[in-house]
Design a protein around this ligand. Structure first.
Ligand code: SF4
Ligand code: SF4
Length: 357
């Protein structure tokens, strides 16, 4: 650390390892799940490590972080780790410490154990209205509402297999929802509004034009302002132009909303990885509790829980029963938005299910 010449980026991962992880690097033999949220890893030499996984949030208060640090100091030699799904994992090396740690977490009340095995894993999500400039929906808000509703599936193993839910608040998808069992995707449905008088003063027109992946933007003179025009039929509502030019905002209270995608997975166990496919093309933004989205996700999850075989992931279940049957059992409406239509390429580039709103 002393030799670092910049403060950009995290330290090298192995500098932060607890000693027992350093000592056993490359020696792990197997692991098992003892109960929801509790894992046991065993090395070739018989060394045992117990991990307790707790649900966390992407945005945490300093008071909550202080609680986490205190528990880590008291039970885990000052160590804990965050997973990519915003879980907090505490590790101990004997069963006595494990029981004391579990009790401390239960007493805390804000660190629920779970997220292992055949459960709904913690929702990975993007920035939403809190930070990013192109969201069509909020991120933490719908995630909180959905997870509150599905909490019974977080700290149990009553699903056929794990269900990974992800949220990206626009289809640029820095959250990569495209391979999730259930994907919550923010969609814009209208082209950007052009504020010509501002654009003339603050935007670089060639950069805005170059930013458009569908070549929908052209230079134009409007009311004596040097500005641009957008071919609405070519626009796929991606928001790239707004990234370059703040005079081309895309957010729209009526146009923006949620699309739900299902059946994706990254894992290659049993079957190949799969992309998520469109299930519901549009649900309006309904802050603060996103009632329709929450209800629809529960419907999809329960249909899967009732119909899938043990270990079958969402996409494997749908492929087995067929998409027609999926729409029947979930009672979701099948619409023209669900069909790729290459004839639309004649006049627009919105020919796939991603952009047909
Ligand atoms: Fe921004 Fe889109 Fe990422 Fe959301 S998904 S944080 S809007 S780039
Ligand atoms: Fe082009 Fe995307 Fe802007 Fe539409 S939103 S004009 S597709 S950059």
């Amino acid at each position: 650390m002393a030799d670092r010449i910049t403060d950009i980026g995290p330290p090298k991962y192995d500098e932060m390892w607890p000693q027992y992880i350093k000592d056993n690097y490359g020696k792990w033999k197997y692991h098992e799940i003892l109960e929801p949220g509790v894992l046991k890893h065993v090395t070739e030499d018989g060394f045992e490590l117990f991990t307790v996984r707790c649900g966390g949030t992407r945005l945490m208060t300093t008071l909550h972080l202080e609680d986490i640090c205190k528990i880590a100091d008291q039970y885990c030699d000052g160590c804990f780790r965050f997973t990519t799904r915003n879980n907090i994992e505490f590790m101990v090396t004997d069963t006595e410490k494990l029981e004391a740690l579990k009790k401390a977490l239960d007493d805390n009340g804000n660190l629920p154990k779970g997220g292992t095995g055949a459960c709904v894993t913690n929702i990975v999500h993007t920035q939403g209205w809190v930070h990013c400039h192109t969201p069509a929906i909020d991120a933490s808000g719908p995630v909180k509402a959905v997870m509150d509703d599905l909490f019974e599936y977080w700290n149990s193993h009553k699903l056929p297999a794990q269900v990974r839910i992800s949220l990206a608040c626009c289809l640029n998808m820095c959250g990569a929802v495209h391979c999730s069992d259930i994907a919550i995707l923010g969609v814009h449905r209208k082209p950007p509004v052009i504020e010509h008088s501002h654009l003339d003063k603050i935007c670089e027109i060639p950069t805005a034009i170059a930013s458009c992946p569908t070549a929908a933007i052209k230079p134009a003179k409007v009311d004596d302002y040097k500005s641009v025009q957008v071919n609405a039929e070519r626009c796929m509502f991606c928001g790239n132009c707004y990234t370059m030019c703040p005079s081309m905002p895309l957010a729209d209270a009526e146009g923006d909303g949620i699309a739900l995608w299902v059946g994706g997975k990254v894992s290659n166990s049993r079957t190949m990885p799969m992309f998520s496919k469109l299930a519901v093309p549009y649900i309006p933004n309904e802050p603060p509790r996103w009632d329709t989205t929450v209800k629809t996700i529960r419907t999809i999850l329960e249909a899967y829980a009732n119909g899938a075989n043990r270990y079958e992931r969402m996409g494997e279940w749908i492929n087995r029963i067929g998409w027609e049957r999926f729409f029947e059992v979930t009672e979701l409406e099948f619409t023209e938005h669900h069909i790729d239509d290459y004839r639309l390429a004649v006049t627009t580039w919105r020919n796939s299910t991603q952009f047909k709103f």
